[in-house]
Design a protein around this ligand. Structure first.
Ligand code: 5RP
Length: 295
């Protein structure tokens, strides 16, 4: 194993040089099997290469959350405006119409609840591969805890998930968790995202940070940016814009959509940035117009 000390600092990220597509539009997937690529093409829109995912997996650690008190009401309303639904098997089975649903990214790990002091202690593989196939997931998500007590177990869970995913052609989304004590620095996200990609993840959900263009350049698979705590709509759209400009291939957002004063308008505004190249200012204009007509 390489020494941790005495290394030269990485700096040559060649941000202006795109990674070669190698015949398939999703970064890092050109050597995958047909089924894996077909599923990735349902997660990332082939015409833009990007995705708008709706995250509504909060209940599995938080219980009822503002905006998600009733999954059966909140999710069908937003389904038409997003590309992918990210949820737990309980939420998908109970509250999403299989005939109308968008592709599903299934949360496949279990974690500790918000009652626990330090939620960054670990995560276990919750669902087996048969269950993931049964639910026709187009991708499945594994929570990871780089730099915390749960690191070893979550990386083991990621490795087994990638083994299963590769066996059946189902891509794995590794989710970077940020514990209470962990810093949201460029260095941390450079380390975490690259490490998860090298463990075999096909895409990575991470947070936006300063220097994100370096994080995106150094990661050989697509980055999807998490929403995080509810921000004013204008600020959330600013974050989405900066993330896409810096190389993110989409967003996986929850609270900034379903806790918005107009969740549908927020989805439309996000789509403008992610799929249509709009600026955050233009998208905020769309949000205001759409929320007036919705209200
Ligand atoms: C945390 C998660 C979530 O459970 C969820 O998807 C968060 O969504 P948001 O922060 O946008 O409300 O993935 O790692």
């Amino acid at each position: 194993m390489a020494d941790a000390q005495g290394n030269k600092k990485a700096k040559d990220y060649r941000i202006e040089t795109p990674a070669p597509a190698g015949g398939f539009f999703v970064k890092g997937a050109c050597n995958g099997d047909w089924g894996l690529k077909n599923r990735l093409a349902k997660i990332f829109r082939p015409d833009t290469g990007n995705t708008v995912m709706l995250a509504f997996d909060h209940g599995y650690i938080m219980g009822p959350t503002s905006g998600l008190e009733r999954l059966d009401i909140a999710i069908p309303k937003l389904n038409p405006y997003v590309d992918v639904l990210m949820g737990t098997r309980g939420a998908i089975r109970s509250s999403v119409d299989p005939a109308a649903s968008k592709p599903v990214c299934l949360r496949a790990t279990h974690d500790e609840s918000i009652l626990k002091e330090d939620m960054a202690l670990g995560s276990g593989r919750g669902l087996d591969i048969e269950e993931i196939i049964r639910l026709n997931a187009q991708m499945f998500a594994v929570q990871t805890f780089v730099g915390s007590g749960g690191e070893r177990d979550s990386l083991e869970a990621l490795c087994r998930a990638v083994d299963d995913g590769c066996r059946y052609g189902i891509p794995v989304l590794a989710v970077v968790a940020v514990g209470k004590q962990m810093q949201r620095t460029t260095e941390f996200f450079l380390l975490a995202t690259r490490l998860l990609a090298e463990h075999g993840a096909h895409a990575i959900k991470t947070y936006y940070c300063e220097g994100f263009e370096k994080v995106a350049a150094a990661c050989p698979v697509p980055l999807i940016v998490a929403g995080g705590k509810k921000l004013p709509e204008e600020d959330a759209l600013g974050m989405v814009y900066r993330a896409i400009q810096s190389g993110a291939r989409g967003v996986d957002m929850g609270r900034n959509i379903f806790q918005s004063s107009s969740p549908e308008a927020m989805c439309r505004a996000i789509r403008k940035i992610v799929h249509e190249g709009s600026t955050d200012k233009e998208a905020y204009g769309v949000f205001r117009e759409e929320s007036k007509s919705a209200g």
